[in-house]
Each structure stands twice: as C-alpha cells, then as structure tokens.
Design a protein. Structure first.
Length: 303
C-alpha cells in the first residue's frame, strides 16, 4: 500500500531529472511545486553516464563531467530553495545514464518528472529522447513537463478515459486534482474508424455509440466520486476522428493531463500508444503517464 503523506494524500515522493538545460530547470521547479503540494521530499538526479564514458574517455574528461554534473545539481537545488525554502531536497550524481539513473532512484510510490527537451536535442524535435525513453520504460508514473509553466493555474486535472476499468489509475488523477483544490475532468472521445465494418458499427449509429460512451464515463465518474466525495468531477464525451486534437484542446485549459497506458512491445522495445505519443509531443500542459498493469492491449479506439 502506498503510504500517505503528511497532507493526507497517497501520492509519494518526487524524483526530478537534471541536466542543466532550460527544459530541465522548468521541470525541476514544477517537480518542486508538486513535492511541496504532496508534503513529500524532492530528489534531484543527474545521470552522468560515467560507467560508459569511463571505458574510453580520459580521466580528466570524466572528472570535468563529474564536476559539471555537481554544478548542475547545485544550481537546481539553489533554484528550488529560492522558490520553496522549506522543501526537503536530496541530490544524486549517478554514474549511470539518465534513463537508468532515474529508474533506479524512483521508489515504487514515487513520481518521476522530466523536461520535454534535453541539452543534446535538435531544435526541430518536439520531445527529447531521454524524456521519451523514461516515459516509455518507467514502472512508476512519469510527468513530462510541457507547455507554459508560468501561466496561472486553472486547478483542472484532465484524464483521458474509456470506462470503469480505468478507475484505479484515475483515482491518482483525482488525488492530483484534490491537491490543487481543483476539478477532475474526464474526457472520453471515441474514434469509430478502427471499427468500421465490424458488428459494432453495423448495429449502432454514432448517436448510440456516443450515448454508450457517455454512460461509461458517467459510471466512472460515480466510482471516483465515491472515493473522493469532496472533489468536483466533470465529463466530456463524443465520437470523432480527431481524438488527439480533442485532448490537445483540453490540455490548453488544464494544469495536468493524465493518461493510463499499457506499453506495447515493438521490435525496438516498449512503446506507448498513438495517443500517448501525441500528448507527449503536442500537449500544452504537463503530461503524466501512469503505467497500467496487465498485458499490452491492441491499439484502442481513443489512442
């Protein structure tokens, strides 16, 4: 069972990736705010990749990298202390690469926070390779900090859902909304195109399908309300082909977009669904990817 914090919620400590980039600094400060809301400590982690580099780089080079890593961590710690002077902060300079270091640093109840871009990315890329790898492989929830973090908060936490089977991970989104004193917004947009020609679309018209989706979403909202009775839960449902666009529109009005995913194993390793990738590349607010237990599923209509 996940231990509760001193604020009474069941969200654990926060681990933030540090690399000295502007994106990393934004992510660290977002992570600090999250840890402060939770009443948990913040752990700053920099993966220097010295285990690999030490096999072929000169000693002087690895020492310079170690010193630079220590400097990046100290600067991140100072930025957090200025904004959140009472927040407990730990620092770790790991010899592993960034992905492995963050995975190792995260306790089972932790949340990992990374920026959307790193130091080595190309300007044309929308998402850094480290951010994508962490979100794809982590066994704990990962937040990729996107969009403007300096805009006024709305208190809205949005969750992309389908039905009552999402209840376990949606309760996490509900806890995030409660921390913000805000609203949980459940969005269920059903794309009929993958099912054209099967028995579902042959027997049901779009209005019936939308009504079924609304009933499933309302049932999920009722489940969430029973465990979070003081929380305002709103819903939005619809059928259409622009599923990703609907989520991106919602992300412009939310403080956090939460998605529960089961990884799919492609030839090169685990991968997120289509909608998960779209959110990580285009959302206008931070995106939280929550691993769901069970076997990877077939591509789903809303992903």
């Amino acid at each position: 069972m996940t231990p509760t914090s001193r604020h009474g919620n069941a969200l654990g400590p926060v681990v933030a990736g540090v690399d000295g980039s502007a994106s990393s600094r934004e992510a660290v400060l977002w992570a600090a705010g999250e840890a402060d809301r939770r009443g948990q400590h913040l752990r700053l982690v920099l993966g220097a990749d010295l285990d690999r580099l030490g096999r072929f780089a000169a000693f002087e080079t690895t020492e310079r990298l170690r010193e630079a890593g220590g400097t990046h961590l100290a600067e991140a710690h100072e930025a957090v202390h200025e904004r959140f002077p009472g927040l407990p902060v730990e620092r770790e300079l790991s010899n592993k690469n960034a992905v492995a270091a963050l995975q190792e640093a995260a306790a089972p109840d932790a949340t990992v926070v990374v920026g959307s871009r790193g130091l080595g990315g190309f300007p044309a890329l929308l998402l850094g390779s480290v951010s994508l790898a962490v979100a794809t492989r982590s066994s704990v929830p990962v937040v990729v900090v996107r969009g403007r973090t300096d805009r006024p908060g709305t208190g809205v936490v949005a969750a992309a859902v389908r039905d009552e089977t999402d209840a376990d991970w949606v309760r996490r989104a509900a806890a995030e909304a409660e921390l913000r004193g805000g609203t949980l917004h459940l969005i269920n947009v059903w794309n009929p195109l993958p099912h054209v020609g099967n028995m579902v679309t042959a027997l049901d018209d779009p209005g019936d399908i939308t009504e079924q989706g609304r009933a499933r979403t309302d049932a999920l909202a009722a489940v969430v309300h029973r465990s979070h009775p003081a929380l305002t839960v709103t819903t939005a449902t619809g059928a259409g082909t622009a599923t990703a666009a609907a989520l991106m529109d919602v992300s412009g009005r939310a403080d956090l977009l939460v998605m529960g995913v089961r990884r799919r194993f492609m030839g090169s390793g685990p991968a997120l669904g289509r909608l998960g990738h779209a959110a990580l590349h285009h959302a206008r607010c931070p995106v939280e990817i929550v691993p769901r237990p069970g076997e990877p599923e077939q591509e789903e209509s809303w992903r």
